[in-house]
Write a protein that binds this ligand. Structure first.
Ligand code: AMP
Ligand code: MG
Length: 349
């Protein structure tokens, strides 16, 4: 039996380590602000090795943010978005990630679509100068959203149609998470985790630990449930993570590309757990837009490229039910004491 690591992590916008009852003496923590969020590191091992590993992780985060951010003028994405539909030469890495994003879009009928950026900008989510657009503007802008019109050539040239632009915000963290996991795996730390706000990456080099992950209750930040997992990536999307309010209505940051409005989802938060950060991240956004029924259908018909199932924890919109994949239930999913009466656990078969 594996020993369950005593770090309880919270998948939250702000990294939050809820308890640490193991008397680990060689555990070190650090943090940084990047990707528009606080990122925290917790690693166990020799101090010098841990410091080197954390520094490598930090440099990788900065490197990839500079490449993939839609708002940094240094980035490949910025160059693509400002090329007036001309072809732009980008790094192979960016080109491959865009191809991967479009492949995932195909599997979920565009619920996840990186060409959503004109709508993200229209609602002010890029600058945080929010506004509720006029219906005519939404109709005009949503016509620009179509991942099938994102062209990537074999030699890494990218072009978009007139007026289009892309945003890797719903997949970049997952991609970066995969890279961080590799850095930790190749280092001599015995275990480590990075909380990227909405995404937790764990790495176990001692082959001795599972991790217990806490899932955040929307708005209050309480931990409503926890589960143990050997999977390295847990990614959460939720309406509560970024939003503004106008005239008593909440408008959140995950856009339904069919309507052009924030998705009217029957999900309040969805966590995707598995072996591929990049897939998990894109799919957490897609599942939020797709809603519960279509997500359950997707889980029955799709696996990751290695043939592994995706596991999920989905809290419905009125927060009365949590849908949990069988393997997560089997590995010790439980509700926190003050939520046991309020939330029904529904097993996903
Ligand atoms: P996430 O937190 O991973 O669910 O990603 C949400 C971010 O992705 C938003 O802040 C937008 O920048 C972008 N986004 C919003 N809606 C979509 C969508 N339907 N498909 C892809 N990206 C989106
Ligand atoms: Mg995502």
């Amino acid at each position: 039996m594996k020993r369950v690591i005593s770090l309880l992590l919270c998948i939250a916008m702000l990294p939050l380590v809820l308890c640490c009852c193991d008397s680990v003496t060689d555990e070190y923590t650090d943090e940084m602000f990047a990707l528009d969020t606080f990122i925290s590191f917790k690693m166990v091992g020799d101090e010098d090795v841990v410091n080197t590993t954390i520094e490598k992780c930090k440099s990788e985060i900065k490197r990839l943010e500079d490449l993939l951010s839609a708002t940094k003028s240094s980035s490949d994405v910025y160059a693509i978005n400002n090329a007036n539909s001309d072809k732009v030469s980008v790094s192979e890495e960016t080109a491959q990630l865009i191809i991967k994003a479009c492949e995932i879009s195909k599997t979920c009928n565009g619920a996840f679509d990186i060409s959503v950026y004109p709508l993200v900008k229209l609602w002010g989510f890029d600058t945080k100068e929010y506004l509720v657009p006029k219906p005519e503007s939404i109709a005009q802008t949503k016509a620009l959203v179509d991942y099938t019109k994102v062209n990537v050539s074999a030699d890494s040239f990218v072009s978009l149609c007139e007026g289009m632009s892309i945003d890797l915000g719903a997949i970049a963290k997952g991609y970066i998470g995969d890279k961080l996991w590799k850095i930790m795996k190749q280092s001599d730390i015995s275990r480590g985790l990075v909380n990227l706000g909405g995404m937790v990456v764990t790495c176990d080099n001692s082959d001795d630990y599972d991790y217990t992950i806490g899932v955040e209750y929307p708005d209050t930040g309480e931990v409503f449930a926890k589960y143990s997992t050997e999977y390295p990536f847990s990614v959460t999307s939720g309406a509560y993570q970024r939003y503004f309010e106008q005239d008593g209505v909440r408008y959140h940051h995950i856009i339904d590309t069919q309507s052009g409005y924030p998705s009217q989802s029957d999900i309040s938060s969805v966590t995707v757990i598995g072996n591929k950060g990049v897939d998990n991240d894109a799919l957490s956004t897609a599942f939020f837009v797709m809603g519960i029924d279509k997500t359950l259908e997707y889980l029955n018909t799709h696996t990751d490229e290695d043939g592994s199932n995706y596991s999920v924890v989905i809290l419905n919109a009125d927060k009365s039910k949590v849908y949990v994949s069988q393997d997560i239930l089997d590995s010790g999913f439980e509700l926190s004491a003050n939520f046991e009466e309020k939330i029904e656990i529904c097993e996903i078969k």
